[in-house]
Design a protein around this ligand. Structure first.
Ligand code: GTP
Length: 345
């Protein structure tokens, strides 16, 4: 089966981390987010994959090339201006004659796509959507289903108390080729706002597939932090080396014997963690330096960040190359790339 992965977004909610790294390349367990998704597709025999993107995302091509390093066939489709999910799908899949999968590029899941495809065929669906149950659906598109899984209604971002269902559109959709015939390939349109509700209204066979699985979309830095910590803690079997035991330390990292790395935590390649430094519930990308006695708590530190001796970073996001001076305290902040935070006088 072929797939389209949508990676053309701006990643605005992940700023300041996405000023220098496209969302698809932000690290999850020290590998690009998108690599996890591509390998998941491969596990379900989906190996011909088109990445739908804009010129702004060109670095993604540098990272993945033709896909052969991952054992898949990758190609790239570029939009001059963002076309939205509908425009991207219509322009890429024109002329395709078999069912295909569309995945949002910012999702980490172990969903059984093979079972989802079997469900799609059994129900003669025109479109099957992965629906994931969440406690609070108020930030998502919510689907209401009949007993057989047919979707009868969509409600966008309902208040938590009055949400008609807890099943959200989880960003994995199986399309029949004919389903896209009404979509414009040249004008911005989103299937979430247009095609999907229209299919319900017209009583076309659009189904929801739901099963217990791990699922998170990486919308903001907090979900990025949580995904890293949950996965290093073993949320999806086989994603971390068996001996990681809640702590992943990248190649070439130097950790002083007096450093205190509390599980779960993820430390990138070539990091230096000094004596007496403390890390709890945090994620450090590559080349991060924590000087002696520095503390990092509930935070994400992008590549090349330095936290000076005795400085404290808590509940914060520190973007590429920023420097926290010795003795400084950073609480609940988003620190921009290359900035310097001095200690209070
Ligand atoms: P925010 O700006 O923070 O909302 O992030 P985002 O740009 O990634 O948007 P969103 O989370 O809604 O997008 C879901 C997925 O669709 C992501 O993988 C995006 O890269 C992708 N995407 C969003 N808009 C477009 C688009 O216009 N074209 C393509 N090809 N992909 C898109």
């Amino acid at each position: 089966m072929r797939a389209i992965v949508l990676v053309g977004g701006q990643g605005t909610r992940l700023r300041p981390l996405t000023w220098r790294s496209p969302k698809a390349l932000v690290p999850v367990l020290n590998r690009p987010l998108l690599e996890h998704l591509l390998l998941h597709l491969k596990r379900h025999a989906i190996t011909r994959i088109t990445l739908a993107m804009t010129q702004r995302n060109a670095e993604i091509r540098d990272a993945f090339g033709d896909g052969s390093a991952l054992g898949i066939e990758l190609d790239y489709a570029y939009e001059d201006t963002p076309l939205g999910s509908g425009g991207a799908i219509a322009s890429v899949a024109q002329g395709w004659d078999e069912p295909f999968l569309v995945a949002n590029g910012d999702i980490i899941t172990d969903l059984d796509l093979t079972a989802m495809f079997a469900f799609h065929r059994e129900h003669n669906a025109e479109l099957t959507m992965h629906l994931h149950e969440v406690d609070d659906p108020s930030e998502f598109g919510v689907a209401v289903t009949a007993e057989d899984g047919r979707i009868t209604e969509f409600v966008e971002k309902p208040p938590r108390e009055s949400a008609p269902s807890k099943l959200i559109n989880a960003g994995n959709w199986l399309f029949e080729p004919s389903t896209i015939s009404g979509l414009s390939p040249t004008e911005f349109n989103r299937v979430e706002d247009g095609l999907f509700p229209q299919m319900c209204e017209a009583n076309r066979p659009i189904y929801g597939f739901s099963q217990p699985s791990y699922w998170r979309d990486i919308g903001n830095s907090e979900s990025l932090r949580l995904v890293n910590l949950e996965l290093v803690d073993g949320a999806i079997a086989g994603r971390v080396p068996a001996d990681a035991d809640g702590l992943l330390v990248g190649a070439g990292a130097t950790v002083a014997s007096g450093a205190n790395l509390q599980r779960p935590a993820v430390i990138g390649d070539d990091c230096t963690i000094g004596d007496g430094a403390n890390v709890t519930s945090s994620v450090c990308w590559d080349h991060v330096v924590l000087e002696d006695g520095a503390t990092v708590h509930d935070s994400v530190l992008a590549s090349d960040v330095t936290v000076g001796a005795g400085a404290i970073v808590e509940h914060s996001v520190v973007a590429h190359g920023a420097r926290i001076a010795p003795g400084a305290r950073v609480t609940d902040q988003q620190v921009e790339p290359d900035s310097v935070i001095e200690a209070a006088p």
